[in-house]
Design a protein around this ligand. Structure first.
Ligand code: SF4
Length: 304
């Protein structure tokens, strides 16, 4: 098959728009949409320090590479990669060297924050005291806390996450089906700066997972495809199956889900305005008197 834009051999078929793309047109197609997201999500006035949550997987490695490619030449922009080491035996040991390798190649600062530092316990320890099926719930709460704490410690203005289009469609559907409209309205990217909370940006939110994988492979980025041993318990798997099935039967479904969400977001924000955040005794921002991480730690220490 030949590329729909030139006569070079195609490396992929994009089902949702019916085009065949060669290597260079696929790279260009991804970069164009990421640039558009970066332009719409970031205001680059004065000195800006952006941290990228870097796990060593294909998405975050693509995010590190592309943010460096798009913004690395600007003198007023500083980039730092932050890796959260949850403390899962044998897992992060495979992924962290990939982040180190890419950051060294691109001359980007790389810092690591561990669950041990922010919760005095690693994820394996949490799971041993409670139930392995809850691993992803603990992980999500303490990963957000770890990234926010480290980002504040090193003076970051924006935190970029490598969420791709599939992740976004799954999260939108998941919050919608759980009836959690407040969380749905706050999915990001963050447009409002809340005290104590580093605003998140999502430069890959319009890029399907398969395209970030192809981008990483065709750009020869180092990345790990190691799977976390707790991933089999993630509730997200059910939503992934639904979105994949619908996308297979009706190409373009993921774009429609994200497009509908973006159109409804201003209405949700008006209907469910975020309450002013308070400060938990641990110093982190919270909606209630105590933050989720402190509540969870108390339960974990008690063993339920
Ligand atoms: Fe954390 Fe669950 Fe992902 Fe493992 S699969 S890294 S426990 S969210």
């Amino acid at each position: 098959m030949r590329c729909s834009k030139c006569s070079a051999p195609a490396v992929t078929y994009i089902r949702y728009n019916g085009s065949h793309l060669c290597r260079s047109h696929l790279l260009e197609f991804v970069e164009r949409r990421v640039k558009k997201e970066v332009r719409s999500q970031l205001k680059l006035e004065g000195d800006v320090h952006i941290a990228i949550g870097a796990s060593g997987g294909k998405d975050s490695q693509t995010a590190v590479f592309l943010l460096h490619k798009i913004l690395g030449c600007r003198k007023n922009v500083r980039l730092t990669a932050i890796t959260v080491d949850e403390g899962v035996a044998g897992y992060r040991a495979q992924t962290i060297p990939k982040v180190q390798e890419l950051c060294k190649d691109l001359d980007i600062e790389h810092v690591i924050v561990t669950f041990d530092e922010v919760a005095e316990m690693d994820l394996d320890g949490m799971v041993r005291r409670t139930d392995e099926r809850d691993a992803c719930t603990y992980c999500g709460v303490f990963r957000r806390r770890s990234l926010n704490l480290k980002a504040k410690e090193i003076g970051v203005d924006h935190l970029a996450l490598g969420h791709n289009l599939d992740d976004m469609a799954q999260s939108i559907l998941m919050n919608f089906m759980r009836g959690d409209v407040e969380r749905l309205a706050r999915l990001g990217p963050h447009e409002r700066v809340q005290p104590g909370l580093v605003p998140r940006i999502q430069p890959l939110r319009a890029i399907p997972e398969k395209e970030t994988l192809l981008y990483a492979m065709l750009s020869e980025l180092p990345f790990s495809d190691a799977e976390c041993p707790y991933a089999k318990h993630a509730m997200r798997n059910e939503y992934r199956n639904i979105v994949d099935e619908m996308e297979h039967r009706h190409p373009g479904t993921r774009h429609s889900i994200l497009g509908s969400y973006d159109r409804l977001r201003p209405l949700m924000r008006d209907g469910f305005p975020q309450s002013a955040l308070r400060e938990c005794a641990c110093g982190e921002p919270t909606l209630n008197e105590r933050c989720k991480a402190c509540e969870m730690l108390e339960k974990i220490r008690k063993g339920f």
